[in-house]
Design a protein around this ligand. Structure first.
Ligand code: ITT
Length: 214
């Protein structure tokens, strides 16, 4: 049996899972999505902040399985739009609307914005609920601007319109490694990893065993 600590991640977003695996590495953790663990859990994200929603997701899965669970709640805040789409980033203009439509809509909304009014940030809250029910949550951001036109093929979601003035490119033009080094998700996951290690919150016998969750 593998000695890796198995970490159950309460997300159904395959793009996030790819980044989570890249950021936490394959060394110490075996990271399982809900799908990997064979779990079908309907989670109502009715919190009023990224932190609350991340905790709701992690808590729901921890309570359903009895195993430690982590979750990511994230999104894009556009200052000119008073922080929208924010915690509604995934549902913005409808869950099934393509990101090319959502991204063009946001660009159009900023048609009259002055150059210094295009500021935006990606936010990521990562929550952990341990096997014994202790709760931890961290939040990190990456600052940028809304681009004038979409650019880049990498990443997912709003990456093609999230422009980094320092890099002179969008996060969809960065390699996965470059994005993870500076992203909201990269920073938040590394912070949570530190908390986990400092407090020995997960060890192989308290983490989920693959196939042991039904
Ligand atoms: P889970 O709740 O199952 O994890 P979700 O996609 O519904 O999946 P969220 O409610 O946290 O997750 O919404 C996050 C949305 O924010 C995501 O669907 C993207 O639209 C956007 N987003 C978050 N991080 C992003 C990133 O790194 N690049 C581009 N868009 C991002």
């Amino acid at each position: 049996m593998s000695k890796k600590t198995k970490l159950l991640f309460a997300t159904g977003n395959a793009h996030k899972m790819i980044e989570i695996r890249e950021i936490l590495g394959t060394g110490e953790y075996e990271i399982l999505s809900l799908k990997d663990a064979g779990l079908k859990i309907d989670i109502e994200e009715n919190g009023s902040s990224f932190e609350e929603n991340a905790l709701i997701k992690a808590r729901t899965v921890q309570q359903a399985t009895g195993h430690a669970a982590m979750a990511d709640d994230s999104g894009l805040e556009v200052d000119y739009l008073n922080g929208a789409p924010g915690i509604y980033s995934s549902r913005f203009l409808g869950e099934d609307t393509s990101y090319s439509v959502k991204n063009q809509y946001l660009i159009d909304q900023l048609a009259n914005a002055a150059p210094n009014e295009r500021t935006a940030r990606f936010v990521c809250a990562i929550a952990l609920v341990t096997q014994t029910g202790d709760e931890y949550v961290v939040r990190e951001t990456v600052e940028g601007e809304i681009a004038h036109r979409p650019a880049g093929e990498n990443g997912f979601g709003y990456d093609p319109i999230f422009y980094l003035p320092d890099r002179k490119m969008t996060t969809a033009e960065l390699s996965a490694e470059e994005k993870n080094a500076l992203s909201h998700r990269g920073k938040a996951l590394r912070k949570m990893k530190e908390i986990i290690e400092k407090n020995a919150l997960l060890c192989s016998d308290t983490a989920v065993e693959k196939g042991g969750v039904s």
